[in-house]
Design a protein around this ligand. Structure first.
Ligand code: THU
Length: 133
């Protein structure tokens, strides 16, 4: 499938506007392209009980999976607070779970340009039950 990286980044940007982050004031938006071709957006949602916070990437992935998606082709991440904003370790693990035959593309933005990297750059030797040798 042809992936429109700029559209995904635009969707992540729009989603970051919905961020509920009164504590960190660090807004994040994400956009997930599922194998079906559908795009799901998400934002970080914080909580007064800080540990309950959910990252933008997991929000978008959980939306996708709860709509029946099982494979993810790309995840775009955007923060107005930081250029080239990378996914946290927990989100990398959650992404890895939904990697199918095609490796997930992870999209960030630097100097206004979409940067595309591969899942393996962020999580080499990832853990998934059933994928070992
Ligand atoms: N955050 C994300 O949404 N995604 C990440 O990958 C890193 C961190 C959020 C969580 C929290 O609301 C804020 O950024 C500061 O950590």
């Amino acid at each position: 499938m042809e992936i429109d990286y700029n559209l995904l980044m635009l969707t992540a940007k729009e989603a970051s506007k919905m961020s509920y982050s009164p504590f960190s004031k660090f807004a994040v938006g994400a956009a997930v392209l599922a194998k079906s071709g559908k795009v799901y957006s998400g934002c970080n949602i914080e909580n007064s009980s800080f540990g309950m916070t959910v990252c933008a990437e997991r929000c978008a992935i959980f939306k996708a999976v709860s709509e029946g998606e099982k494979e993810i082709l790309a995840v775009a991440i955007y923060s107005p607070n930081e250029e080239d904003c990378y996914p946290c370790g927990a989100c990398r693990q959650v992404m890895y779970e939904f990697q199918g035959d095609e490796e997930i593309n992870i999209i960030t933005e630097k100097e206004g340009k979409a940067i595309v990297r591969k899942m393996r750059d962020f999580l080499p030797f990832g853990f998934k039950i059933g994928s070992g040798v």
